[in-house]
Design a protein around this ligand. Structure first.
Ligand code: PRP
Ligand code: URA
Length: 206
């Protein structure tokens, strides 16, 4: 069974509340998505490897540390796109791949329509997708990445449901999940409760 990490920060709670609020307009929703994803990116990369580097400050020589791991971030299209920029802003050498998945409105089963990935062997791979509902999309995405050579995958989402985390771990018990809010359950249409509605629609105003 993997580990679930829930962001514990008053700012995270504040941002989530505004994301949930149905009155929040897309322009604000996008800013809040950036902000919460930045907090999640910091938390999910807390254990990144570093290596020593000898440098000289203006006053003396000292040993510093620089990042040692190679990273990839893979958004699940389309809503995951909103979570990519904090990773590319923070980590200069991160590679970016894309997996396109869309849930069928009636069955809630996701269909894979696109895939473009950088080499993943030996990389820390972060899948970003704001909503983990049934877990079908995340599980399919992890399947795809592992088939392409990824062996160190972390899932980063904004709102998760217990059903989704269980489904991911039933298929991929090695995957750690970072979330900003772990909600109560799914409704009959497989939407998260209390949730925030359809993330992609709110992000893009569709
Ligand atoms: C949403 C969301 C996840 C998926 C989660 O995407 O961004 O990818 O649903 O649901 P699941 O855990 O039950 O698979 P959606 O399929 O609505 O596509 P979109 O990003 O294009 O809006
Ligand atoms: N996808 C969303 O965007 N929201 C949900 O609640 C579930 C799946």
């Amino acid at each position: 069974m993997g580990t679930l990490h829930v962001l514990e920060h008053p700012l995270a709670a504040h941002i989530i509340t505004h994301l949930r609020d149905e009155r929040t307009k897309p322009i604000t929703f996008r800013t809040l998505t950036y902000q919460i994803s930045l907090l999640l990116a910091l938390e999910a990369t807390r254990d990144l490897g570093v290596r020593p580097r000898e440098i000289a400050t203006p006053l003396e020589a000292c040993t510093g540390e620089v990042l040692g791991a190679s990273l990839a971030v893979v958004p699940i299209l389309r809503a995951g796109i909103g979570m990519v920029q904090p990773f590319t802003d923070l980590f200069p050498d991160v590679s970016v791949g894309y997996v396109g998945l869309e849930r069928d409105h009636k069955t809630a089963i996701a269909r894979n329509y696109y895939c473009k990935l950088p080499p993943l062997e030996g990389k820390r791979v972060f899948i970003v997708d704001p909503m983990l509902a049934t877990g079908g999309s995340a599980t399919q995405a992890i399947d795809v990445l592992k088939r392409k050579g990824a062996d160190n995958v972390t899932l980063v989402c904004i709102v998760s449901a217990p059903e989704g985390a269980r489904a991911v771990w039933a298929a991929h018990g090695d995957v750690e999940i970072f979330t900003a809010a772990h909600d109560r359950c799914l409704n009959a249409r497989k939407y998260i409760l209390p949730g925030l509605g359809d993330f992609g629609d709110r992000l893009y105003g569709t």
